[in-house]
Design a binder for this molecule. Structure first.
Ligand code: AMP
Ligand code: MG
Length: 487
């Protein structure tokens, strides 16, 4: 197998993980391979498709150079602390270096029981595996930092949930799988030495600039805060709701990770929740920024002993960084939404303009994605699509007039402006009803709808008639009200 492993995580102390191979499956069968990603990683797609390759992707064969392990971590789940979670159904095979010198984890999800499985069976089933495949690849196409999906392999084994379902393994690729919850694992054990080794590891691998600083751990925390702020602003910009922003699902790298009951909104509402397990809306659309800040505060708590020998000074430094998150977030959010509205420069009134557009959308139950796309048309002079979204109301006309006035302040030509808007406002998103339809067909053995959806999402920006049906918001009977984590 053509993996060039170089496993730095496996060189960390033994208490960071449990070493074990994936559990073999009865009959691994490749359902989908991400050839583009394989090539970017410097892997040979044909080798991955071969029986040996599929044996690796299904967990039946440990490739040369891999040092398989399950990572230890803890986490706050819906606000409650669980001192031990860990990879209960996943195995890190190792890290590879791409031809460009980038380092990525190769990780199998659904690969059997580990010492962290608690009551679980260690498995995943095909629906959620393909769901993660679709949505993570869409995120990547939106240029939003994310883990990626290299392959989905059916195991030939049943998985028992409410019903019997076809088992599957996802090969996930990530800059790393270190989470906020990884730090919490060591804090919960009072293991300051482990915390320091983890922090040094993360600095070396993901934030090398922090090692140049005279306050490396402060710089690390501040850099994580900035990346998280940027990430959540990007999620809001595409109407994404992660659904389970537990601290064990917050990557230290600022990548979107752990696609469970996540969803893209159709009609806009700031309180929108899809996840069946998020009963109190903790992870609702507009709650994501404060939750990211809350999660950052949990990370800050972990780093306290490293921030300063004096506990008060450490706390002061940590608090400042957590407070500053809000400023970074606000900046990132305004930058995103200004761009969505076709604005290049910053004006004090922009926050109000953005707000009122979202209020109008919520009031009209307008489709988030299609409204912003309609505004691209409006920037070219055709206001009919926006009126179709918002209705021909007084507030709508007033907003459009205000927006036009604001646009006129800038020097960009309409052509430049519209081209830029169409690069930040997607034409195609993985709409819930289309995702569900593609998954049902795939589970029944028909991969065509999945392939069509993946193909459309590979270039989500360009308007084309072949993809027009993916832009249609759901009919009332098609609306997906709830999404499930499917574990
Ligand atoms: P998640 O909700 O996917 O973020 O998972 C939370 C925790 O539950 C992690 O420690 C997972 O490894 C574990 N987990 C989820 N599903 C299973 C399963 N089927 N078997 C064992 N552990 C699981
Ligand atoms: Mg998780």
């Amino acid at each position: 197998m053509p993996f060039s492993f170089d496993n730095t995580y496996a060189r960390l102390p033994e208490r960071f993980y449990a070493q074990l191979p994936p559990e073999p499956v009865v009959q691994p069968r490749l359902v989908r391979l991400n050839e583009v990603l394989a090539r970017q990683l410097g892997l040979d797609p044909d080798a991955l498709r071969s029986p040996d390759g599929v044996a690796v992707l299904g967990g039946n064969r440990v490739p040369e150079g891999a040092e398989p392990l399950a990572m230890a971590y803890a986490g706050h789940q819906f606000g409650g602390f669980v001192p031990q979670l860990g990879d209960g159904r996943a195995i890190l095979l190792g890290e590879i270096l791409t031809p460009g010198g980038d380092r990525f984890d190769i990780h199998l999800k659904g690969s059997g029981r580990t010492p962290f499985s608690r009551g679980g069976d260690g498995r995943a089933w095909l629906g959620p595996v393909l769901r993660e495949f679709i949505i993570s690849e869409a995120m990547h196409a939106f240029a939003i930092p994310t883990t990626r999906s290299l392959a989905a392999v059916a195991t030939g084994e049943p998985v028992f949930r409410e019903t019997t379902l076809p088992g599957a393994v996802l090969t996930r690729v990530a800059r790393s799988h270190v989470r906020v919850g990884t730090f919490e694992y060591f804090r919960a054990r009072g293991d300051t030495d482990g915390l320091k080794q983890l922090a040094d590891y993360v600095i070396g691998r993901h934030y090398p600039e922090a090692s140049q600083s005279d306050q490396p751990y402060r710089t690390l925390l501040a850099a994580v805060a900035e990346r998280q702020a940027e990430l959540v602003a990007q999620w809001l910009g595409v109407g994404f709701i992660h659904g389970v922003m537990n601290t064990d699902n917050m990557s230290i790298t600022g990548e979107t990770i752990d696609y469970g009951p996540c969803a893209f909104m159709d009609d806009f509402h700031p309180d929108r929740v899809y996840s069946s397990i998020d009963r109190h809306g903790r992870y609702a659309y507009s709650n994501q920024p404060p939750i990211a800040q809350w999660n950052l505060a949990r990370l800050a708590e972990c780093l306290l002993p490293l921030l300063h020998a004096d506990a008060d000074k450490a706390l002061e430094a940590a608090e400042q960084i957590v407070i500053d998150f809000a400023r970074h977030y606000e900046k990132a959010y305004l930058r995103r939404f200004r761009a969505k509205l076709g604005l290049r420069e910053a004006c004090a009134e922009d926050a109000g303009l953005i707000d009122s557009s979202l209020q109008a959308m919520a009031q009209a139950r307008a489709d988030f994605t299609n409204t912003f796309r309609a505004l691209c048309d409006a920037a070219e002079g055709n206001c009919e699509p926006v009126r179709a979204q918002w209705g021909e109301s007084e507030p709508c006309e007033a907003w459009l007039a205000q927006w036009r006035e604001r646009l006129a302040v800038e020097a960009a030509t309409p052509q430049e402006r519209v081209a830029a808007m169409r690069r930040v406002n997607p034409y195609v998103i993985p709409r819930n009803h289309r995702v569900e339809a593609a998954l049902s067909a795939a589970v029944a053995g028909d991969l065509e709808p999945l392939d069509r959806l993946l193909q459309a999402l590979a270039d989500p920006w360009t308007e084309c008639s072949a993809n027009a049906d993916f832009t249609r918001s759901p009919e009332p009977h098609e609306v997906v009200q709830k999404t499930f984590c499917g574990t």
